[in-house]
Design a protein around this ligand. Structure first.
Ligand SMILES: *Cc1c(COP(=O)(O)O)cnc(C)c1O
Length: 387
C-alpha cells in the first residue's frame, strides 16, 4: 500500500502496511477540524437544493439556527434565562470581541498551553484594558483561579487542546459578585460535563466536539454576562460593529447572524447536537468520551513505550489524549506519518509543545471502538519500526 513517500520534512516515510483487520472504521483522529459524522454529511446532501444556497434571512435557515440554539440549550441543561449567542469568525475572533465587549477593566487568565495563553495575549494587547493577571503552569497541568477584588472577568479553558489537560469549571471563591466567569470550551463543548451555575459564558466553535466545520463561534451566556455585554455596549468604548456582542445577541435572538454565516457549518453542528440529545444528551456524550479515554490511557499505562503526557490522572482530558512515546524506541513523527500513509490521520502532536508525542482526539463523534483499533495500529507500527 504505502510506498516510500516524502513527508513535509525530508525523511521518507517507511513503507509499512497496517493489516486491514487492525484498522479503525474511520481514520480521523485530529483535534480540529475533526471527524464529521457521515450521517451529518448525508443530511446536508439531502437538503443540497432546498437549504444550501438559500437566504440566511429566511425561515429555512433561521429554523436551522433556531434548532441549533435550542438543541444546545437542552444539551447543556441551561437555565431559562440563559441565551445562545452566535457569530462569525470562530473562537479566535470571539476573543477579540470579548476584549471589546466583555472585559470591563481587568481579567484573570489561567494560562497552561497555546490556546489559553492566546486569549491572555489578546487582552494584554488591548490598550483600553488593564494588564491582565496571568496565572500560568507548565504544559501538562493547569493552574487554579484565585478570586480577587477588582478582577471583573475570569478566563478559564475547559480543555486545553494543545496539551490534553482538562480542568473542572468552578467559580473562584472570593470573586466580586458581578464578576463574569468566561470559559473557552472550544474543544470541550459537547464532550465534557460542566455545571452552568459555575460560569457565565461558555463559548466554543463547532469544529471539535461538535463535529462540524470551522468559522463560527457560539456562546451560552448567563444573565450576568448579558448584562455586562449590554452595559459595555451602551457605554462610550469604541466597538467595531462586526465584534459587537450586543449586536450579535440581537441577531441571535432572531436566529440570525450579523453577517452571512456558513450554512453547511450550521447544519452539521445542528445534526451533531441533535444526535447527542437523541442518544441521552451531554451525559451520554461525556460517557462515550470517558470510554475512549479509559481505553487510550489504560493502553498507554500498560505499554512499554507509551506514557500519558499528563501525569495527574484527574487532569487528563477525556476529549484530547496526549501520549508520549519513548524516543529511545521510536520517533513519534514517523509513527504519525506511517499511520497517515495508512489512512489514519492527524495523530501528530501539537508542534510547539516539542515532544515525542501523539495527540489523539476522543470527541463524541469518534467511535470508542476506533480508539481501541488505533491503539492496536500504533502497537503494530511501533513493532515494525522498532522490531
Ligand atoms: C481550536 C481552539 C481554539 C481556536 O478556535 P478557532 O475556531 O480556530 O479560532 C481556541 N481555543 C481552544 C481551546 C481550541 O481548542
Amino acid at each position: 500500500m504505502a510506498r516510500v513517500r516524502e513527508t513535509c520534512d525530508v525523511s521518507p516515510t517507511p513503507d509499512i502496511t497496517i493489516p486491514p483487520s487492525l484498522l479503525p472504521a474511520d481514520g480521523r483522529f485530529g483535534c480540529g477540524p475533526s471527524k464529521v459524522r457521515p450521517e451529518a454529511v448525508d443530511a446536508l446532501a439531502a437538503v443540497s437544493r432546498t437549504y444550501l444556497g438559500t437566504s440566511h434571512r429566511q425561515a429555512t435557515v433561521k429554523d436551522m439556527v433556531g434548532r441549533l440554539r435550542s438543541g444546545l440549550t437542552s444539551m447543556f441543561s441551561l437555565p431559562d434565562d440563559w441565551e445562545i449567542v452566535l457569530g462569525n469568525g470562530g473562537t479566535t475572533v470571539l476573543w477579540d470581541a470579548l476584549c471589546f465587549g466583555l472585559v470591563d477593566r481587568q481579567s484573570q487568565h489561567l494560562s497552561f498551553g497555546e490556546f489559553s495563553s492566546k486569549f491572555a495575549s489578546c487582552v494584554q494587547a488591548a490598550p483600553w484594558l488593564a494588564d491582565p493577571e496571568v496565572l500560568a503552569t507548565d504544559p501538562g497541568s493547569h493552574p487554579t483561579p484565585v478570586g480577587r477584588s477588582g478582577v471583573d472577568t475570569y478566563a478559564l479553558t475547559h480543555n486545553e487542546t494543545s496539551t490534553g489537560v482538562a480542568m473542572p469549571i468552578v467559580r473562584p471563591r472570593g470573586a466580586d459578585p458581578d464578576a463574569v466567569v468566561a470559559v473557552d470550551a472550544t474543544s470541550a463543548a459537547g464532550g465534557l460535563r460542566f455545571d452552568p451555575t459555575e460560569c457565565d459564558l461558555y463559548y466554543f466553535a463547532p469544529q471539535k466536539s461538535l463535529a462540524s466545520d470551522g468559522g463560527l463561534w457560539l456562546a451560552a451566556a448567563s444573565p450576568t454576562a448579558l448584562e455586562r455585554i449590554e452595559r459595555i455596549a451602551a457605554g462610550d468604548r469604541y466597538i467595531p460593529a462586526s465584534l459587537n456582542l450586543s449586536t450579535a445577541r440581537d441577531n441571535s435572538s432572531k436566529n440570525q447572524t450579523y453577517n452571512t454565516p456558513a450554512l453547511a457549518t450550521i447544519l452539521l453542528a445542528t445534526h451533531q447536537v441533535e444526535w447527542i440529545n437523541d442518544n441521552g444528551g451531554l451525559e451520554w456524550a461525556a460517557t462515550r468520551c470517558d470510554t475512549s479515554a479509559d481505553t487510550i490511557y489504560s493502553w498507554a499505562e500498560a505499554s512499554t513505550y507509551a506514557t500519558p503526557f499528563v501525569t495527574d490522572p484527574t487532569m487528563r482530558s477525556h476529549v484530547v489524549a496526549t501520549i508520549d512515546l519513548d524516543s529511545a524506541v521510536v520517533d513519534a513523527n514517523v509513527v504519525a506519518a506511517v499511520l497517515r500513509a495508512n489512512g489514519v490521520v492527524d495523530t501528530d502532536s501539537y508542534r510547539k509543545l516539542g515532544r515525542n508525542q501523539l495527540r489523539i482526539a476522543l470527541f463524541p463523534a469518534i467511535d470508542p471502538e476506533d480508539v481501541a483499533a488505533l491503539t492496536r495500529c500504533i502497537d503494530h507500527v511501533v513493532g515494525e519500526l522498532a522490531g
